[in-house]
Design a protein around this ligand. Structure first.
Ligand code: HEM
Length: 517
């Protein structure tokens, strides 16, 4: 199974950094595969050789981070999984769906580079033989699936991911989408479905004057630019200090691929992938008030994984049961878009956990991993050691040297945090090592928890610059087209995730929450 997260990292200029066999599976012919570099990771800052914490220490930190709890946040919980969907878009390996002999070396290089092009939604496009399966017969609309009647709710077309045929149960359950990781849990799966609907609705509202031959490309460009606008103006300022995002997008990058030709193929810094963007792990809730039927915390994380085919078995059937269709009103705040009629009582609304050094308990024992490797916090810390990631202190010094204004965390701040992980279980030498050479992921989460649950300093800079570069280097790009403005939201400067959902689901309560109250 392809997992969310790489097993090995090919870092430009350094080669393959790995401790375990595996990594991405071969999808092209052997000859073509040999000619294409693996996914293009890079190192933004210094090498952290000699500064990695030992295993006993990492284990104690991992344990201290997964005791549950953590501060409350205001951020609607949908943004957690929008983050995961975006991570999959950034790290999508398009060679999975491309037919090697038909594509040029340049395309192959692009295919293994970070981008915010929604390749995870579109694959290589309807005319590519490997991706035609994701599209309706018209070659313009994306396929959707039908749920199964359950708990008194009828079967509903358009509320599940499209799923397979074939002879085996696994083949029938398999989501027919370019990136199977988007069927890893039900929240990211329903988010993917919302993007399918968004694309299809954009197609349906194109003016008749757009010729048939360019309807797909026109729709894709509109969708991708609105998605990028939403990430830049809605998602990013929710997770990162707004002034840092604005500074990067208006004045440019200071630390990462500075001066790169905009259309050069970008890389993905390991500081982002192995540390900063794993911030999402601290936003995950233990349980959700999922919908009318799985209410009051009955939408547990465990069940949300079961009701996907990537990690579960859809509850035993071949399609999603209708009783598990998302109630988007509980995941996003439609009042902010002037739609009080789509609000749910506060007690039913799901808010993300605060971005901090604490993860919910279920992440201490991830299913499908050997017991001693199942703690997600420990995995993140160990992955960093594997790639000899720079420490928080090294990155702070590095960024300051590039002209970034930031205040380094003091030892006391790293030790005490702000209602986050408590380090009492560490021995004195272990704590001293942690305060001197703080793993980047931990450092960034401490920064956030001392900043009201938003990335700041080192973390905000790494995330904002990586998004900026990935958007700049995308084939469709609002960074390279600065005069572009959204047309599908309430004004020509506003397009948020709620606007995307309202457009995708035609503003209708019956589509955003087909199960009713
Ligand atoms: C839904 C619950 C989630 C689970 C169970 C989960 C689990 C995992 C696991 C097991 C890994 C690989 C760890 C390793 O061995 O290195 C991983 C990697 C990662 N996760 Fe998550 N994750 C979740 C949600 C998220 C979210 C919401 C975000 C971001 C907003 C995120 C961002 C990342 C990133 C950036 C990586 C590294 C990707 C790469 O290697 O290319 N994850 N996650």
């Amino acid at each position: 199974m392809e997992r969310h997260g790489s097993e090995s990292y090919f870092v430009l200029g350094e080669g393959l950094l790995t401790e375990s066999v595996g990594g991405r599976s071969r999808t092209l012919s052997r000859a073509v595969e040999a000619a294409v570099p693996p996914f293009r990771f890079s190192r933004m800052g210094p090498n952290g050789a000699g500064r990695q914490l030992g295993e006993p220490n990492r284990k104690k930190i991992g344990a201290a981070m997964t005791v549950g709890g953590g501060g409350a946040a205001r951020m609607p919980a949908g943004f957690t999984y929008l983050g995961q969907f975006t991570d999959h878009d950034l790290t999508f390996d398009k060679t999975n769906v491309m037919l090697g002999q038909l594509v040029s070396p340049t395309e192959l290089l692009q295919a293994r580079s970070p981008s915010l092009d929604l390749d995870s939604l579109y694959g290589a496009g309807p005319t590519d033989p490997g991706s035609a399966q994701f599209y309706e017969a018209d070659g313009v609309h994306l396929k959707m699936g039908r749920t199964l009647a359950a708990e008194g709710v009828a079967a509903k077309p358009g509320f599940d991911l499209p799923r397979g045929a074939g002879t085996t149960v696994a083949a029938k359950r398999k989501a027919i989408i370019p990136d199977p990781r988007n069927d890893e849990n039900l929240v990211v799966a329903q988010t993917h479905l919302a993007f399918i609907r968004f694309h299809n609705r954009v197609v349906d509202t194109l003016p008749g004057s757009v010729p048939a031959a360019s309807r797909f490309a026109t729709a894709r460009e509109i969708v991708t630019k609105h998605y990028q606008w939403m990430l830049r103006t809605d998602y990013l300022p929710r997770i990162c200090q707004r002034s840092v995002v604005n500074s990067v997008f208006t004045s440019g990058r200071k630390a990462f691929e500075v001066g790169a030709a905009p259309t050069d193929v970008p890389t993905m810094p390991i500081e982002f992938s192995v540390a900063a963007f794993r911030l999402g792990h601290s936003m995950i809730r233990r349980a959700y008030n999922w919908n009318r039927i799985f209410d009051d915390g009955f939408g547990t994380l465990d069940l949300l994984f079961t009701f996907s085919a990537g990690s579960g078995d859809l509850g035993g059937g071949l399609r999603l049961p209708s009783s598990w269709i998302a109630d988007f009103r509980r995941l996003y705040d439609f009042k902010s878009a002037g739609r009080a009629d789509l609000a749910v009582p506060e007690g039913k609304f799901n808010r993300a956990m605060r971005i901090d050094t604490k993860l919910v308990r279920p992440l201490k024992t991830l299913p499908g991993f050997p017991a001693d490797e199942a703690n997600l916090a420990l995995r993140n810390l160990t992955r960093a050691r594997m790639v000899r990631l720079a420490t928080g202190q090294q990155m702070a010094t590095f960024l300051q040297g590039k002209g970034v204004t930031l205040t380094k965390l003091t030892r006391a701040q790293i030790r005490d945090g702000g209602n986050g992980a408590e380090l009492d279980g560490l021995t004195q030498p272990q704590r001293a090592a942690l305060l001197r050479d703080t793993p980047l992921w931990f450092y960034i989460l401490r920064e956030a928890e001392l900043n009201g649950g938003k990335l700041t300093g080192v973390g905000a800079r790494i995330v904002a610059e990586t998004f900026h570069r990935a958007m700049e280097g995308s084939q469709v790009s609002i960074v390279r087209d600065p005069t572009w403005r959204p047309s599908l939201g309430p004004s020509n400067t506003t397009f948020r995730m709620v606007d995307l959902l309202l457009f995708a689901f035609q503003g209708k309560k019956a589509l955003l929450n087909p199960l009713g109250n």
